[in-house]
Design a protein around this ligand. Structure first.
Ligand code: URA
Length: 252
């Protein structure tokens, strides 16, 4: 029984006992038991919610200088976004230029496509949690455009933060977006053709591997979109989410 409920039960019972015009409904023994349960509960540390638990991790990430070159080049770290109580968590590669500027993962073109995929699944960004393997944008030589992939050393250095995020959020299902996310999370290299579309596991959590939305931006073929969508249908099934006929037939 939670502390406020227990307190009000005890208060109500004591009031009844004290009043002369009503017969008491609880014996002294019951009252004593309730009181000792109440003081036991009060002595327990209050359970911290997941937002509170994520805060110190976010702060350590914010000031992290483990990759000195990235700490110098970043505008800011990009921790993660969404619902800390989410059942579903997406893992990407690393912030791009838009994410580095805005401090939020998946807000550029690839991010907008991810948001569309979520909508098609009947989710808002606020319903799920989104994070990356790397919390800093991989640096690029000045004057060049585009992104570079994180190095294995950068991924190994940053991975413990993601591990902490997953441990706190405890999602029911994880989705890794692209081969780099898979390598960062599982330390496993493979082709997306082999990896995607089937269930893997990370520490006992079901893990679906699918294409990164940036791949879909480069390959506009409906067949590729359908593959990602089939992966997301498997995710919805795993989460026991209802799936409409319209959803089943997307991109067919
Ligand atoms: N690509 C990623 O993998 N992560 C982002 O946050 C943005 C683009």
């Amino acid at each position: 029984m939670s502390q406020p409920v227990l307190d009000s039960v005890i208060a109500a019972l004591e009031k009844i006992r004290e009043s002369t015009d009503r017969a008491p409904r609880a014996s002294r023994t019951v009252l004593a038991r309730l009181q000792s349960a109440s003081s036991l509960t009060a002595s327990l540390p209050a359970t911290r919610n997941k937002t509170e638990l994520l805060e110190p991790v976010r702060e350590r990430v914010r000031v992290c200088t483990k990759c000195a070159h990235l700490a110098c080049s970043r505008t800011q770290t990009v921790f993660g976004v969404g619902n800390p109580d989410a059942d579903l968590m997406f893992i990407g590669e690393a912030p791009g230029i838009d994410e580095d500027q805005q401090g939020e993962p998946f807000v550029g073109r690839a991010g907008q496509l991810l948001t569309k995929i979520l909508r098609a699944m009947n989710f808002a960004r606020e319903d799920v949690y989104i994070a990356n393997i790397l919390k800093c944008r991989p640096d690029t030589p000045s004057g060049t455009f585009g992104n570079r992939a994180p190095t294995p050393t950068e991924m190994q250095t940053c991975r413990p933060y993601l591990v902490e995020q997953i441990e706190i959020i405890e999602p029911k299902v994880l989705v890794a977006l692209g081969a780099v996310a898979v390598e960062g999370l599982l330390g496993m290299r493979g082709t997306m053709r082999d990896l995607r579309g089937r269930w893997h596991a990370y520490n006992g959590v079901p893990l679906m591997i699918t294409y990164h939305p940036a791949y879909l931006l480069r390959n506009q073929a409906p067949s590729e979109k359908r593959k990602v969508w089939e992966d997301m249908l498997q995710v919805l099934e795993r989460l026991d989410q209802p799936i409409t006929e319209r959803q089943r037939s997307y991109f067919l």
